[in-house]
Design a protein around this ligand. Sequence first.
Ligand SMILES: Cc1ncc(COP(=O)(O)O)c(C=O)c1O
Length: 403
Amino acid sequence: MTYESTPWRRTARSANLLGPTGDPGVTIFEEITGLANKHHAINLGQGFPDTEGPQEIRELAVKAIHDGANQYAPGSGIPALRQAISEHQNRYYGLKIDPDTQVVVSTGATEAIAATILAFVEAGDEVVTFEPYYDSYAAMIGLANAAHKVVKLRAPSFAPDLDELRAAVTDKTRLIIVNNPHNPTGTVFDENVLNEIIALAHKHDCIILADEVYEHLTFDSPHIPIATLAGGFERTVTISSAGKSFSFTGWKVGWASGPRELITAVRTVKQFLSYSSGPAFQPAVAEALALPDSFFTNFSADLGERGAQLADGLEKAGIPVMRPKGTYFLVADLKGQGVESAVDAAKLMPERIGVAAIPLSVFAHQENQSEYASLLRFAFCKKPEVIARAVELLQNLPGELAK
Ligand SMILES: Cc1ncc(COP(=O)(O)O)c(C=O)c1O
């Protein structure tokens, strides 16, 4: 059997797991991070915070290990965490979630996404996402042997065209994935977009996967979960994660909530992915979810300032920015610098500028990548002094790009 013909390779290709060169070993994320490390550049490519989550929450995880939380957690998650998730959904959104039947704890949001797609999508079904999209959707849709249809979000507003949305969702659609606030664009969908998605889900009898991992990272207005809008809850699996809200990306504690029938299906698949994980992190995350409102508002206000700091700096260098309404990412446009390929720019930036960023086109289907060709995604979940230094270095970007 040759490498080309191995089933593994075919699955990898259909699941969009191969890098741009077809080399399964190297994705653009790894390539850019490798270049950032090699040239000691500030890495604004990967989205991870450079500050730790709250000290008192970390201590709870350490204590849990000492107290013996070291064997398998229950498959659905420990009761205290499921209760805390239920209380959080009620406190922020007025949603009444039964902690025993309407919540499942997962190994990060990633596992909840995988389990939801595998639970509801059969080979040949269609799944609709917005594009650019978070990469794990494409991979999981591919692994489920389903077709991945996209609705483009075009700069500068990144708001979907509702006619294009209506055209994308058909009777073949099984799942509509809505990531709101949206990575990589930093956009937040208007209520009328969310209502249209709900109407389409009812019309075409499909399920909504609401990836709301950035629910607490909005800057101008509070987050509106799609499950809170009329007709939304009954069709939606809502997914979130302690990684984003509390800066514990490595803990990989996520969860899904929604109607009992949908969560039962997700839990059934999830049992055979990891069964369970993070027994010492789960009690700590339960306490984190009960932190006072001031924790959440200070966190998003601080992050919003970092975003503005980076946006101001890029604009000062003459580079237009699509100011984010949420997440910890912003998109900058290099078109005015004569850049036709942000991929090439991203590859030279770590060495020539000392700052790394990710080209937006890698979050798109190959045939649509030209649509995003001049756009770069920067992560701003970094300390103010790190952003300040990056801004200083980025002043050289137009000059370097002109060479
Ligand atoms: C939109 C989106 N969904 C899910 C995840 C994954 O979350 P977790 O680390 O909890 O698996 C990320 C992480 O970057 C993300 O940006």
